[in-house]
Design a protein around this ligand. Structure first.
Ligand SMILES: [Cu+2]
Length: 376
């Protein structure tokens, strides 16, 4: 840690020497757009395809160290966040745009933080050039050369890296192809709505009685938390920062016929998204849009340290659970979201031919089917 500043200074000098001033002049002539970020599961307004040339898209994120309740029992952690939410907000740009991020670490924080964009090239994804102490801010610009959904996370060095990531400091960027998403034949695919689900594993220490412990500060929690982390068994696996953040009254909504793009990130651990009663019509499992999407998937795999995207058109109304299909994690640890879908039931796709009744009493012939009509 002592040599980190020196290393970073050396890296910055190298970057300046290797930089191309003429190119920088070109960038200064590009149009600029400032985009306000919004907390997940929502994503800021954006065009799916554009005929305009590359732009510099300005974003600003403020790092917030804050206490968060992460389950229905009131378990609290000293979370570390980009802009106050777990995960941090999603940034959307088009391929060949430039992302220009102002990262603010207010002096009320206690730790140094930075940001490593998996979508950026060089400089440890920007981590090398963005380490900010409390009371500092930094501006980083990187070119979005590859299309896809990508994780970003804090990576301030050594054991701080996993600790900050499992304390909530991660999010995602979506770099859209300039002419939009495409199917395997190159035909454009559009979505009506996009949602961002960030999966988070938490490692909360317990007391002798097995109850989750709380601490005065993140620093005080660190040694015990590290012990839990090293066992690699999370106490919570949740979507959007908390058990139940996307269920019940917080459920995501849709309607029959709506095409929904579900972006799912996991910065630290593998996951297997599954939509109960639905499918992935088109799935960019590894999240990179230059590759053709897979079709008709039942469950897909999100490699820890990556984001993936699935497009689904809802065909029946009702409540769909979107889970990680390690069902212990989904049900016992929290990784469940709900989509409440409105619309008209389609008997052709599914029908309860005969309701539950005494064994042997079920009517099976067409003539006796009418009383068994299921109401929706
Ligand atoms: Cu951090």
């Amino acid at each position: 840690m002592f040599t980190r500043r020196a290393l970073m200074a050396a890296a910055a000098v190298t970057a300046i020497v290797a930089g191309m001033p003429a190119k920088a002049d070109d960038i200064s002539k590009l149009p600029r757009e400032h985009v306000e970020l919004v907390a997940p599961p929502f994503i800021h307004a954006h065009e799916q395809a554009t005929k305009a040339g590359p732009k510099v898209i300005e974003f600003k994120m403020t790092i917030q160290e804050k206490e968060l309740v992460i389950d229905n029992e009131g378990t609290k952690i000293h979370a570390m966040t980009f802009d106050g939410s777990v995960p941090g907000p999603m940034m959307v740009v088009h391929q060949d745009d430039y992302v220009e991020l102002t990262l603010v670490n207010p002096e009320t924080n206690t730790m140094a933080h930075n940001i490593d964009f998996h979508s950026a090239t060089g400089g440890l994804g920007g981590g090398e050039l963005t380490l900010v102490n409390p009371g500092e801010q930094v501006v980083l610009r990187w070119k979005a050369t590859r299309a896809g959904v990508f994780v970003y996370h804090c990576a301030p060095g050594g054991p701080m890296i996993p600790w900050h990531v499992v304390s909530g400091m991660n999010g995602a960027v979506m770099v859209l192809p300039r002419d939009g998403l495409k199917d395997e034949t190159g035909k454009q695919i559009k979505y009506d709505k996009a949602v961002y689900i960030g999966e988070q594993d938490f490692y909360v220490p317990r007391d002798e009685k097995g109850k989750f412990k709380s601490y005065e500060s993140a620093g005080e929690a660190y040694p015990d938390t590290l012990e839990v982390m090293r066992k690699l068994t999370p106490t919570h696996v949740v979507f959007n920062g908390k058990v139940g953040s996307l269920t019940g009254k917080n459920a995501l909504t849709s309607k029959v016929g709506e095409r929904v793009l579900i972006v799912h990130s996991q910065a630290n651990r593998d996951s297997r998204p599954h939509l109960i009663g639905g499918h992935g019509d088109y799935v960019w499992e590894a999240g990179k849009f230059a590759n053709p999407p897979e079709k008709d998937l039942e469950t897909w795999f999100i490699r820890g340290g990556s984001a993936g995207a699935a497009l689904y058109t809802f065909r029946e109304p009702g409540v769909y659970a979107y889970v990680t299909h390690n069902l212990i994690e989904a049900v016992e640890l929290g990784a469940t979201a709900h989509f409440k879908v409105e619309g008209t039931w389609n008997d052709d796709l599914m029908k309860q031919v005969s309701p539950p009744g005494p064994i042997g009493g079920g009517a099976r012939t067409g003539a006796l089917e009418a009383p068994a009509q299921h109401k929706h």
